[in-house]
Design a protein around this ligand. Sequence first.
Ligand code: FE2
Length: 214
Amino acid sequence: MQTVLIQQIPVGPMANFSYLIIDMASKKTAYVDPGFETQKVIDRSQKMGVTIDKILITHTHFDHIQELDKAFEILKVPVYVSGIEIAALEEMRIPAHAVVDNDCISLENASIKCLLTPGHTPGEICYWVENHLLTGDVLFVDGCGRVDLPGSDPQKMFQTLKKLAALPDETIIYPGHNYGPTPTDTIGHQKKTNPYLAAALKGEQNFFNVRGVF
Ligand SMILES: [Fe+2]
């Protein structure tokens, strides 16, 4: 029995996805990564008759937070971000709650678990609710996030992907970009088709030094 519904919304010129995590009974909704086309996402929420009551950030690269100031001004709801990356929001003068690994954010009848998943950035958070995992720029369908950027760390990405590979096979991933052959997939299928996840699962640490750039 599912408590939440995930809406995947393509936004902007870089194949980004924003997401709505909707608690179906209460209609309370979390808006994940207001990078682009905030108004389109808010319009979608209004059409569905749901109420955005918090904003969650996976990581603070510009294509995930560029319109956070706009979203915050319109919605005026609490913002949650990794404590490790909160400085980027302070610079934007956006007040935010700092989350740490294993924190839970309540959405009325559902609980969204925060998984610290560094590698692409130092403090990226994946949001896990029921069998849904919003993976930001950590894990894409058949790929993983770049690890050659300032703040990236290939070995942390290796550890992070090992952690995600240990989640139940039926977990559905919802990436931050539409880079794969399908917009979502399961962890179980990704173990077979995603070379980065497969390498992490097999303990092939060097794979990430040589080929850790997507
Ligand atoms: Fe990113």
